[in-house]
Design a protein around this ligand. Structure first.
Ligand code: ATP
Ligand code: MG
Ligand code: MG
Length: 406
């Protein structure tokens, strides 16, 4: 395991160890993507030291971290070595070696949220079984092991049918829709076949998708962020509107489902609960992320305490901060790669440049070394005094895009 030290030599660090911010505990984060980067940004304000474990030398979090250990977060040996250097371990991605984390926890390593939580979440089928056993409403689902099982599920749930990978899913990679019985084989093939571990879900023709970020401190205290609406593009979170434009009863119901879902999981931190609002006013759980989440980016500019600072407060045993919005409305727009290479960067930079002259807009660029189609490259959050204000400003940001690129 190689190591990049961004700030001080180890001897200097020992001398400095009595000078610290709000906590002297060194936070270790498995993963160094944009979520890790924004965790580091929040940590820097409070002088909390964050170390990251990520295989990419130039991953987004690397330049902002206190120390970057170059290694794989799904490799038990790397995780074990990394853990020795940290006071508390946490994650910014759930596809980590949960078995090693469970062993480390037994040996006394402090891991938040609990490895048992990460293990349940990282297998979406096990996650669904867990939540249904805890009485959380969710779309019908069933495990499939062969074509016969898939066809049986199709008869049971109807079409279109959502086929999902159990593991390693993110940004919709791991989802495939079969429109009819004849399309089952190709959907299953697109996900790598049955050996990869698949399950199917009943199609939910939702009215809206909602999300609730729930924070839980080490003392068990729980706070929820306002309910937001998430709008996806090809299964990828694209736009987030805060607060969600839904009746108060739906907000209450969403918070209730989210709180109960998180209540069934162990450990401190922030959790994102993705929800479907159906046309008849039901709120169903889609999935939970046991970490900061795309649907909470807006909290950096729009809430008293961002989800990133909140996650650090939670795992460090500090008091939780205020989750209320300090502005009336916020809208978050993900800058997704439209193209590979130079042209892709050019298009993304165009949006960023336009955002710089939009009132109330903050530009976040993740500094990813490579651009790919539909990859999250950055985001823009626009805050303002009303929903129409932020929506109109987003429209002018995007309209500029159309006139310039055509
Ligand atoms: P994430 O990046 O949030 O981790 P993921 O790869 O785990 O995404 P899901 O959250 O399972 O994927 O699904 C992505 C999107 O696909 C959902 O937000 C929703 O728009 C759509 N979707 C998922 N499941 C269903 C379903 N059962 N019926 C209809 N649409 C669905
Ligand atoms: Mg997911
Ligand atoms: Mg999701």
């Amino acid at each position: 395991t190689m190591q990049t030290d961004n700030h001080v030599s180890s001897s200097q660090r020992d001398e400095c160890s009595t000078i610290h911010g709000v906590s002297r505990t060194i936070v270790g984060v498995l993963g160094g993507g944009q979520l890790g980067r924004m965790l580091c940004q929040a940590a820097n304000i409070m002088s909390v030291k964050v170390m990251i474990l990520d295989p990419l030398e130039n991953c987004p979090a690397s330049p902002l971290s206190y120390q970057h250990f170059v290694g794989r977060f799904d490799d038990g040996d790397a995780v074990r070595e990394f853990a020795k250097r940290c006071g508390v371990l946490t994650i910014e991605i759930e596809h980590v070696d949960a078995v090693t984390l469970e062993k480390l926890e037994q040996q006394g390593v402090d891991i938040q949220p609990k490895p048992s939580t990460i293990r349940i979440i990282q297998d979406k089928y096990i996650q669904k079984v867990h939540f249904s056993q805890h009485g959380i409403p969710l779309p019908d689902f069933i495990k499939i092991d062969n074509l016969e099982g898939a066809e049986k599920a199709g008869e049971l749930f109807g079409y279109p049918l959502m086929v999902k990978s159990r593991r390693h899913a993110y940004d919709g990679r791991g989802n495939a829709v079969a429109d009819c019985k004849e399309k089952l084989t190709s959907a299953i093939g697109a996900l790598g076949g049955y050996e990869c571990g698949l399950y199917v879900e009943k199609w939910t023709s939702f009215a809206k998708e909602l999300s609730v970020i729930v924070a839980r401190g080490r003392d068990g205290s729980v706070l929820c962020y306002p309910v937001v609406e998430t709008i996806h593009k090809e299964n990828i979170c694209h736009i987030v509107e805060a607060p969600a434009d839904v009746p108060e009863t739906i907000k209450k119901l969403s918070i209730d489902v989210a709180t109960r879902a998180v209540g069934s999981l162990a450990g401190a931190g922030v959790f994102a609960v993705e929800l479907f609002l159906t046309h008849n006013g039901q709120v169903l759980l889609n999935e939970v992320a046991p970490r900061p989440h795309n649907s909470g980016h807006h909290t950096i500019e729009s809430c008293y305490t961002s989800q990133y600072e909140q996650h650090l407060r939670a795992i460090l045993g500090l008091p939780l901060g205020n989750t209320s919005m300090k502005v009336s409305a916020a809208i978050m727009y993900n800058i997704l790669g439209e193209d590979e290479g130079e042209q892709g960067f050019h298009l993304a930079h165009q949006i960023m440049r336009r955002a710089l002259s939009i009132p109330g807009a903050s530009v976040h660029w993740y500094d990813k070394p490579e651009i790919r189609k539909l990859r999250k490259m950055g985001h823009v959050t626009i805050v303002g005094p009303s929903k129409s204000y932020v929506k109109n400003n987003l429209r002018s940001m995007l309209d500029g895009e159309t006139t310039e690129s055509h």
